[in-house]
Ligand binder design. Structure first.
Ligand SMILES: *[C@@H]1O[C@H](CO)[C@@H](O)[C@H](O)[C@H]1NC(C)=O
Ligand SMILES: *[C@@H]1O[C@H](CO)[C@@H](O)[C@H](O)[C@H]1NC(C)=O
Ligand SMILES: *[C@@H]1O[C@H](CO)[C@@H](O)[C@H](O)[C@H]1NC(C)=O
Length: 551
């Protein structure tokens, strides 16, 4: 999940198109076609074949890779529009640092979030840490149990890079971590739940941060080698991979403003370097899989983006301003991956280049891709992975750009964000409830990127953790209805939905003061028992009826 600062202007971007798909989203998702025998792998017990309904829904046949399919309007087929399509799948998500705990056990190395919470407790509400969190390292069977009790089809969790490779590179492979993730994956499969693995969810090994982290091009090769370990070790059973989580957030706040992990203050430069190397490391992992594992493992790979939908702030605000806001936030990452030329949005290239010149620089603060890099980026996602939480109104800052003031992503974007007074708010100060924004952004993906297959990898609501969580139920009801309209009325090819989160957990700088779980975790109890909230029952009903109950 995520953190976001409330005040600042937001801007966002856009992107382009994509490559791989053949079967229509409305077609059946049966067993996996093609080669699924697994030759490699070190583990003793493995099922001979791991069918993945989600992989199938996200990518049709393997032969489809690189072949755009024609747009399909699924509503013509007589489907009842209040129902989710037959092969639509539901899951729930977590991230390693937010739930695992066991921060110093069994050979785990420190990550940037251990460093942040231990050396800057004043930055976290109540000085909280993820040292123990929900203790999922020891209680993963409880997590799988509650996922199964709701009826979820898949579980999106992240692997702790610093647990698996404490120094970041394969020479430091930690067998205890291999055993832990093997046990978790096998427990999921034994319960009929597909694993969806995020390779990195904010918690970069501190060892690699010491080498510059995502500000340095070194990270691209480290990430490729890490991905190789993941594919080789877990790829016989994991068929859906997410390379990165919400790079907009950790690049802007972690490498620009320096307000969140890894606390690098390099405003106006660091966030663009971070984004650049996130994208290149993603493409490196994607092509490494394609060349070495795709034939035997037949999995799919995406990158989870975050970003709001933006509405023009007033009748006198041109729609282009809202468009610009989305381009600066989402298009920044999605244009290189899904767009026609593997490059950043033209608005960003032009404006950041011009601002840089006015500051007296000889090159743009926005780095440039080589032709080869653009070819590698373009189409390097099998599907569009996206986290939706909120929307904003956008206006354009009217003052002239002042080159004598420190640059920043926000000053380049020039978007003034505001909210509609009618939007309810969650416990989190940034989380205004705008369900129709989900439909809006899904349609923006559909038109800008030629209707890619979409997996919603997070969506959720924060409160104090009460069991009667009617605010969360209202949030899910509204967003699932907006999602149904996007699928059944607009023809958006969304194939799965992920709730954030299955259990209460460490909410980054907000510590344990904002809860997102469908299950309550008693953090003051030695057994950290997971207790169902009312929303868990609601979600269970959605999954079993494939509709959104009105009460
Ligand atoms: C691990 O960290 C805990 C605090 O979270 C501490 O009490 C314990 O002594 C540490 N264990 C080791 C082996 O360093
Ligand atoms: C899909 O088909 C329905 C019914 O024929 C139509 O009303 C709707 O506009 C179509 N959607 C798109 C995006 O073409
Ligand atoms: C949490 O656990 C503590 C210690 O076992 C217990 O006293 C408390 O009542 C529990 N709180 C809830 C809400 O269950």
């Amino acid at each position: 999940m995520w953190y976001r600062h409330l005040v600042s202007p937001a801007a966002l971007p856009s992107a382009v198109l994509l490559v791989a798909w053949a079967a229509l989203a409305c077609e059946v998702g049966g067993a996996v076609a093609g080669s699924t025998s697994q030759p490699q792998l070190v583990q003793p017990f493995r099922p001979a074949q791991v069918p993945s309904r989600l992989r199938h829904a996200l990518k049709g046949g393997l032969e489809a890779r690189g072949t755009p399919a024609p747009f399909s309007n699924c509503t013509g087929s007589g489907r009842v529009s209040e129902q989710f399509p037959p092969n639509f799948l539901f899951g729930a998500a977590t991230a390693a640092y937010q739930i695992e705990g066991a921060w110093n056990e069994s050979g785990r190395g420190p990550s940037v979030w251990d460093t942040l919470t231990h050396t800057h407790p004043e930055l976290v509400v109540d000085g909280a840490t993820g040292d123990r969190a929900a203790d999922s390292y020891h209680r993963y069977t409880s997590d799988v149990g509650v996922l199964a009790s709701v009826g979820f089809n898949f579980y999106r969790f992240s692997i702790s890079w610093s647990r698996l490779l404490p120094r970041g590179d394969p020479s430091s492979l930690n067998n205890a971590a291999v055993e832990y993730y093997n046990a978790l994956i096998d427990e999921l499969l034994a319960n009929g739940i597909e694993p969806v693995v995020t390779m990195l969810h904010y918690d970069l090994p501190q060892y690699l941060q010491n080498l510059g982290g995502f500000a340095s091009p070194l990270i691209v090769e480290y990430f490729r080698q890490y991905a190789d370990v993941l594919f080789r070790t877990f790829g016989d059973r994991v068929k859906v991979w997410i390379t990165h989580n919400e790079p907009y957030d950790f690049c802007v706040e972690g490498y620009g403003t320096g307000r969140s992990g890894p606390l690098v203050y390099a405003t106006g430069v660091g966030e663009y370097l971070c984004a650049h190397h996130v994208l290149l490391s993603h493409a490196a992992a994607f092509h490494h899989y394609e060349e070495n594992y795709l034939e035997t493992q037949s999995g799919v790979i995406g990158l989870t983006l975050s970003g709001r939908f933006y509405y023009p702030a007033g009748n006198d605000t041109p729609p282009a301003v809202a468009e610009r806001a989305i381009e600066f936030q989402i298009g920044w990452f999605a244009d290189p991956l899904f767009g026609p030329d593997g490059n950043y949005p033209a608005t960003m290239i032009a404006d950041i280049g011009e601002n840089s010149m006015r500051e007296g620089r000889v090159t743009s603060r926005l780095p440039t891709f080589t032709d080869e890099q653009r070819r590698a980026l373009r189409g390097s996602c099998d599907f569009f992975a996206y986290n939706y939480y909120s929307s904003r109104l956008a206006a354009l800052a009217s003052d002239d750009y002042d080159p004598t003031v420190l640059p920043s992503w926000a000053r380049d974007a020039r978007i003034i964000q505001s909210v509609d007074p009618g939007w309810p708010r969650a416990k989190s100060t940034w989380l205004y409830v705008v369900p129709e924004g989900l439909r809006g952004i899904l349609n923006w993906f559909r038109t800008r990127y030629a209707n890619p297959r979409v997996l919603i990898t997070e969506n959720g609501f924060s409160d104090d953790g009460q069991l009667q969580d009617t605010g969360r139920i209202d949030y899910y009801r509204g967003h699932l209805r907006a999602l149904l309209a996007a699928i059944n009325e607009d023809g958006c090819r969304v194939v799965g939905y992920t709730a954030w989160s299955i259990i209460d957990n460490f909410e980054w700088l907000r510590g344990y003061s904002e809860k997102f779980g469908l299950f309550y975790v008693n953090f003051s109890s030695p057994t950290l028992e997971r207790v169902p909230k009312q929303s868990a029952g609601f979600m269970s009903q959605v999954i079993s009826t494939r509709t959104v109950p009105s009460t």
